[in-house]
Design a protein around this ligand. Structure first.
Ligand SMILES: CC(C)(COP(=O)(O)OP(=O)(O)OC[C@H]1O[C@@H](n2cnc3c(N)ncnc32)[C@H](O)[C@@H]1OP(=O)(O)O)[C@@H](O)C(=O)NCCC(=O)NCCS
Length: 314
């Protein structure tokens, strides 16, 4: 087995592996990975996707890629064909990741590396990250079936209006996100939350790129203080499969918490999706974010998987 630069290959070489990966995302997470796969293949053909491929008898059977975002490197994905069924798959995963981590840590100007590997069980690919000084944050992938148990919106809060998300909400939303995640464990995992410009980039990524599904305006909501008329909370939802929604962001300003606004936002999204025939709503949450985990459990979200987020600061 050889590990080679991904830029030696074309979409023709990589497509069978991505077809395999699309099946894995569908069965583990109920995500339609086709949009992401097509984007990856376009980048591969343009020879602009940095990463590595595992090759045996001329065939790619594993790959991992990463992207540069300013002074940060983000591990985009890791996939080895047949997952656990291939006897040496775990070893191939470790070798691919070791190459990616070394490359990123040695890239001039890169001071931070982040990775979230949703299809990999917590701990299963941790070794190369921990060996290189990364922090590990276990995260839960949770789902809510929409045919049963959709949360009912709690009694409307008299001072707060929950209304449909609009284009005009982007700028104020960046400010709400920055304030909501100050000192929060998720700001250690994603440094975009640290600044207004970072939070705007985060919003842009969600809305413009299909990496996390297609942004769904209809099931995204804003919480507004009726008197002050300012945005105080939000929920953003993307369509990750024809009938599956995924919450990409939910937050409420600290001074407005514990009044049922978070619950109302989640209820608004669930009710909207259910009306439109969606069967499921998913989200990810950091295990250490105990309040949010408790809220989701109370609303009948079920924990389906535990995966890891890794962060390194040089
Ligand atoms: C998670 C978050 C969105 C929840 O928002 P919220 O408006 O505080 O949520 P709710 O008020 O609906 O529920 C929170 C708590 O208030 C309690 N509560 C709900 N309605 C209440 C009311 N009318 N009066 C008093 N308490 C109430 C709930 O029992 C719940 O208790 P818990 O702490 O045991 O779970 C908010 O804490 C937040 O923005 N956190 C930072 C960002 C974040 O972690 N986002 C989630 C990432 S996955």
């Amino acid at each position: 087995m050889e590990i080679l630069d991904l830029r030696h290959f074309s979409s023709v070489d990589l497509r069978p592996l991505l077809d395999d990966e699309t099946r894995v995302w569908a069965s583990l997470l109920s995500w339609d990975y086709n949009g992401s796969a097509e984007m990856i293949l376009r980048y591969v053909d343009a020879k602009i996707l940095p990463g590595y491929a595992a090759i045996e008898r001329g065939r790619i059977f594993g790959y991992s890629f990463f992207v540069y975002e300013g002074s940060k490197g983000v591990v985009g994905d890791l996939f080895v064909a047949n997952g656990g069924r291939l006897p040496n798959a775990p070893e191939v995963e470790i070798r691919l990741l070791t190459h990616v981590i070394e490359t990123l840590q040695q890239s001039p100007g890169i001071h931070r590396v982040e990775a979230q590997l949703l299809t990999h069980e917590t701990g299963s690919v941790a070794r190369p990250f921990l060996d290189q000084g990364f922090q590990r944050h276990p995260r839960l992938f949770m789902v809510l079936g929409l045919h049963s148990g959709v949360p009912r919106a709690p009694a409307a809060h008299p001072d707060v209006e929950i209304r449909r998300w609009t284009e005009a909400d982007y700028q104020p939303a960046a400010a709400v996100i920055t304030a909501a995640y100050r000192g929060h464990v998720d700001a250690q995992i994603n440094d975009q939350y640290h600044t207004l410009s970072g939070s705007l980039r985060f919003l842009n990524n969600i809305v413009l790129f299909p990496g996390c599904g297609l942004f769904d305006t209809e099931s995204s909501y804003a919480a507004v203080d009726r008197k002050a008329k300012n945005l105080i909370g939000l929920i953003l939802c993307s369509r990750v499969r024809g009938d599956v929604g995924h919450v990409t962001q939910v937050c409420v300003l600290p001074e407005y918490r514990s009044r049922g606004i978070g619950e109302s936002l989640l209820a608004a999204t669930s009710v909207n999706l259910r009306k439109r025939g969606f069967s499921m709503l998913s989200l990810t949450v950091t295990e250490a974010n105990a309040g949010a985990v408790a809220l989701y459990r109370r609303l009948n979200f079920d924990s389906k998987r535990v995966f890891d987020a890794f962060v390194w600061e040089g």
